[in-house]
Design a protein around this ligand. Sequence first.
Ligand code: 13P
Ligand code: SF4
Length: 311
Amino acid sequence: MEQSKKQIFEEIEFLKKKLNAVILAHYYTEPDLQKACDFLGDSLQLSQKAAETTADVIVFCGVEFMAETAKIISPNKKVLIPVQHAGCTLAQSVTAQGLATWKKYHPNGLVVSYVNTGAEVKAETDWCVTSSNALKVVEQLPRDKEILFGPDKNLGAYISQKCDRPMQLWQGDCYVHRYITPEVVLDFMARYPESEVLIHPESVASTDDRILSSDRCHMGSTSFILDYPVKSKKRQFIIATESGILTEMYRRYPEGYEFIPIVPEHICEYMKLTTLEDLRDALLYERYEVVVPEEIRERAIVPIKRMLSVR
Ligand code: 13P
Ligand code: SF4
């Protein structure tokens, strides 16, 4: 007989207590996981939680690089990811070898890597950043150093413009945010003249002059987008990021607010791979354990710690 959803939620609760586990989930995951987790956040908040938790086991509902980051931060904890090979096009766009070659051509450079990278790439990195803190981190780096920013070319170009500082950019991108072009944003703005537009800087649109100069457009991380409406007099918002975020937006904001996803047909399939059953099975079978070789971990923790020290 098929189990009801309620039973699965109960099993998750029971197993979680038994293992002294904490469940972390990103805003892009399925609504059921967002409900089952102990902590829901963007990539920076989830890394901070992984660093703080006293649980013995961390179950990470999200993509591989996030679970790997948790393991790097908390090597003595068991870190589980319910679905193996939940990747990320950005993380896959750069290898440690590729980065090492890039560094050879820029020997005076400082490597700033988006947290959306594998452990081996982080091990070759000077500073990690997320979309929440990239601006803060880059602003405080010495001006006489060249910056090699990767792998997201859109976030890199956005930060470079904001800091008024040229940077070398790795040419990776996210296969969802590449569809958020200036033309699509301008079209939505024309169709919804009363709206404001909240844009994740991984989007192509984030560096377009027409978008940057519009007082209706605001750029920021997942958390920024979630927090913004409360500060605004407007009630209609165009959401220019992955539409999984809408679950949390409608949970947070009362009736009367309207959120219009800009590219709902382009979702992050990797984030949606994990189901409630997968989460239950991860706890039941204690699978799949994330392993980072110690030699890599010791180097990868350095740029992550630097990032976490920036508040
Ligand atoms: P955040 O850092 O805003 O959570 O974004 C992570 C991500 O993968 C966005 O596509
Ligand atoms: Fe990676 Fe894009 Fe998915 Fe974020 S939305 S996890 S950047 S593929």
